[in-house]
Design a protein around this ligand. Sequence first.
Ligand code: SF4
Length: 351
Amino acid sequence: MTKQVCIRNLKIGGGAPVSIQSMTNTDTRDIESTVAQIQALEAAGADIVRFSVYDEKCAAAIPHIKERCSVPLVADIHFDYKLAILSAENGIDKLRINPGNIGSFENVKKVSACAKAHKIPIRVGVNSGSVEKELLAKYKSPTADALCESALGHVKLLEAAGFTDIVISVKASNVKTTVEAYRKLSGLCSYPLHIGVTESGLDEMGLVKSAVGLGSLLMDGIGDTMRVSLTGDPVREIHAAKYILRALDMEKSGWVDIVSCPTCGRTTGNSEEVIHALRDYISDIKPKRHVKIAVMGCVVNGPGEAREADIGIAFAPHGAVVFRNGVVAYSGEREDMLRRFFADCREECMK
Ligand code: SF4
């Protein structure tokens, strides 16, 4: 099990639920836009939000942003140790900074002492695009070994400064390199790991890369906090992260799982239309538990899947059969069955 660190009241590692995070893409100095985006991320379910702090104005914005947001906030800083200290003094909850990039060891000691005094953790975040020249020369490319060696080099500097509230990431844009790097790293240290596939790209391809990469790691029990990186509105990253956790039965809050068949020549009902209508019909409900609903297109595979759900419907020629908790609840003419099924799905989601 990994060591546990706290970012305000949120626990990372040590068996705590995997937290999900994203990063704003507003100009941090534009407080209104940044707060609006953080609040949208909070509403979508983000546990942590990070923003860039690249000058003193960004650091000065921290208290004004923090007073209007409830989620723990992370300052993303490169090269400038003074900005890290200023961010900590201005109330940031966590720093992302690589101590090997901030000049002398004296600077590392200053940042470490400041983070310790403010009780905030530091994430060492190595990306395939920012591996040091010497390591690129040694490994020829940003391999998994290069990423791990780079990250552990930064970690050693913090440890030498007496600081151990550390989270580590080793992200590559290549999924296989990312997975290999985290697998190696998890065997080399016990710090909590922030997992992600960096620069995974646009839309479906970005989603698939993240799902494959993060899913593989989470299935191995690796990953204490996660970010899905997608180009565009960061709220989509939170939705995607939740879907990945749900697919692995790791979602900590209640949700509705609509299991539906892909449809085929045997389909006797308009499953797709029904699923969309059902999703809209129950979209206002926030269930307290994982509710499984099945919508199946025929009575070949339909009853088996519907029986496994809390409530399920299998279409038959002109009619439908509804199952609740593994047994047939009712069957009959399709429109009538759909009306009852929809009402019972709402009831099931509100239990
Ligand atoms: S459940 Fe029936 S309709 Fe749906 S894909 Fe399977 S065989 Fe086809």
